[in-house]
Design a protein around this ligand. Structure first.
Ligand SMILES: [Zn+2]
Length: 81
């Protein structure tokens, strides 16, 4: 029988479809009985969906330099207040 702590460790593999059927079945049985873990897995799934929807950060050096410059300007501006 899986414990709640096990569910937090297995949630990522479960959502990615990487659990063997026995472990997946154990997880699903636990989710049927435990509203806390059901809520956790539902929220974790939503977070994963949002994160996967984000664009990867810029990687070319011009974009990174402009980004760094803008951040530094903001930091200087905020430190003078
Ligand atoms: Zn639980």
């Amino acid at each position: 029988m899986l414990r709640c702590r096990d569910i937090t460790l297995l949630a990522s593999d479960y959502l990615d479809g990487r659990l063997r059927w026995q472990k997946r079945l154990s997880l699903l049985v636990h989710l049927l009985m435990c509203p806390h873990c059901r809520r956790f897995v539902t929220q974790f799934k939503a977070v994963v969906r949002v994160i996967r929807g984000f664009e990867p950060p810029p990687t070319d050096s011009d974009t990174l330099n402009r980004f760094e410059s803008a951040i530094n300007k903001t930091i200087k501006h905020d430190s003078t207040k």
